[in-house]
Design a binder for this molecule. Structure first.
Ligand code: PHE
Length: 457
């Protein structure tokens, strides 16, 4: 196929109405529970400083180049991630086996969405808790109790999991361009404003100095092998890379836009929001004698404590959990899109049917997470509960492997002319920096962390 033939390949699922729409959609995908729920709690579990440093390094030398690779591959292939990788694999190297990378990504997507939807369900439940003034006069003990009684109730969390997943499938069924764009355009700025208000509160009322020290003073003795893998895995998770979500969105991106500029903008916004969230949480944690390593309940316990002490706390709390729900929703949509696109293209299903099928499988898988915090909380193996294992497998293993394959494909398998033409407006030095990083630094960093994780270095 000629160069122009490739450039003219068009998506089967429509295109973003504008460049901004794409940036908004990828930002909506990136910013979610990863920033506000997961980052603070795993930073807390892994001793802060050193973990945060490794995470930041991974964002720059691993996350960013892989995000660019995914967008360029997606836009060039213009199919679901499996077909795109198969197609480009054949074009660039004569073998369609690269499609396996896409297939692995679909699997990761199911696993991630299965627990994502349960945690997002907690956020929805907290909208109602906040609105009904549950947190008035809260103490460290009472917020813990509110959280535990929610998480340990499989019917309640199962119900919200169901509702959240149905809402996600609903947007997916209507098509990607509608819905997401509008939601992100309004919700994201609102979320940022509210986070800044909370940051102000935390700075004044929390133990800000101790929070800052905890997050930014590297104490390497506290960073375990698993902690390093989690930092790497979280860089993938928070940027939505390594499983094809960004690739699927790239497929709907009009040609001729600067992939580098867009990726840098998304990565910067995502990282800033995660750091602000952690800077809100830890000063509150330290001021109230909470444990930084409280685990998945950390945000759900620390923030309500702050709200209970603020004027208008119930309203602020309700708004925050509404915005968090929306942020999670736009991320969940991107988790569901690759498998849905595959079902439409490969099985010939309608969009609505494909979304229903994907949601159905995810729903069943999600029950494992629902039960991990309740009925089956005592069942542990390998890493811990079912949730702990699903989380570790998908984020610390599958995403890094998927990302590694993607960046090797973009850096080594694709011809220079192919990647250069996709990254076109970023010619010259920018292109060379990307290519060098994608070929050497990123794979080396990922391999080094994985080898260290299994104890080989
Ligand atoms: N990046 C999202 C978050 O931080 C989660 C996500 C992971 C979305 C992988 C899509 C793909 O919440």
């Amino acid at each position: 196929m000629s160069e122009t033939g490739i450039a003219r390949r068009s998506s089967l699922h429509g295109q973003w109405s504008s460049r901004l729409a794409f940036v908004l959609a990828v930002t909506g995908s990136a910013v979610g529970l990863g920033n506000i729920w997961r980052f603070p709690y795993i930073a807390g579990e892994n001793g802060g400083g050193a973990f945060v440093l490794v995470y930041l390094v991974c964002i720059v030398i691993v996350g960013l180049p892989i995000m660019m690779s995914e967008v360029l591959i997606g836009r060039r292939g213009r199919r679901n991630p499996v077909s795109t990788m198969t197609l480009l694999g054949k074009e660039e190297s004569g073998t369609g086996s690269w499609g396996l990378v896409g297939a692995l990504g679909l699997g990761s997507g199911f696993l991630i969405l299965s627990f994502y939807s349960v945690i997002a369900g907690w956020a929805v439940a907290y909208v109602i808790e906040s609105a009904s003034n549950t947190f008035e006069g809260a103490t460290a003990a009472s917020v813990e109790q509110v959280f535990n009684s929610l998480a340990s109730n499989p019917l309640r969390t199962g119900l919200w999991h169901t509702i959240f997943l149905a809402a996600t499938a609903f947007v997916i069924a209507r098509g990607v361009e509608r819905g997401i764009e509008r939601a992100v355009r309004v919700m994201m700025p609102a979320l940022v404003v509210l986070l800044l208000v909370l940051l102000g509160y935390s700075a004044v009322e929390g133990n800000f100095a101790q929070g800052v020290r905890f997050l930014f003073e590297p104490r390497f003795e506290e960073l375990t092998r698993d902690g390093m893998m989690e930092a790497l895995g979280h860089a993938f998770f928070t940027l939505s890379v390594g499983m094809g979500a960004v690739m699927a969105y790239g497929a709907y991106l009009p040609s001729g836009t600067s992939i580098m500029k867009m990726s840098v903008a998304v990565v910067a916004a995502d990282t800033a929001i995660a750091l602000v969230a952690a800077l809100i949480v830890f000063p509150i944690v330290f001021a109230n004698g909470l444990a930084p390593d409280a685990g998945p309940g950390l945000v759900f316990q620390s923030l309500p404590l702050a709200f209970s002490q603020m004027p208008g706390g119930a309203i602020i709390a309700t708004t925050l959990f509404v915005l968090l729900t929306f942020a999670a929703w736009t991320s969940a949509i991107s988790l569901m899109e690759p498998a849905t696109a595959w079902c439409i293209e490969k099985l010939g299903l309608t969009r609505a049917l494909a979304a229903t099928a994907v949601a159905g499988i995810t729903w069943i898988l999600g029950l494992l997470t629902v039960l991990s915090f309740s009925t089956l909380s005592g069942v542990t193996f390998l890493r811990g509960t079912f949730f702990d294992n699903i989380d570790f497998l998908s984020n610390s293993i599958l995403l890094p492997f998927g990302g590694l394959a993607i960046v090797i494909f973009a850096g080594w398998i694709m011809a220079r002319a192919s990647t250069a033409s996709e990254l076109d407006p970023d010619a010259g030095t920018a292109y060379r920096v990307w290519r060098f990083t994608a070929r050497y630094l990123t794979p080396l960093a990922v391999v080094a962390v994985l080898l260290r994780g299994v104890g080989l270095i």
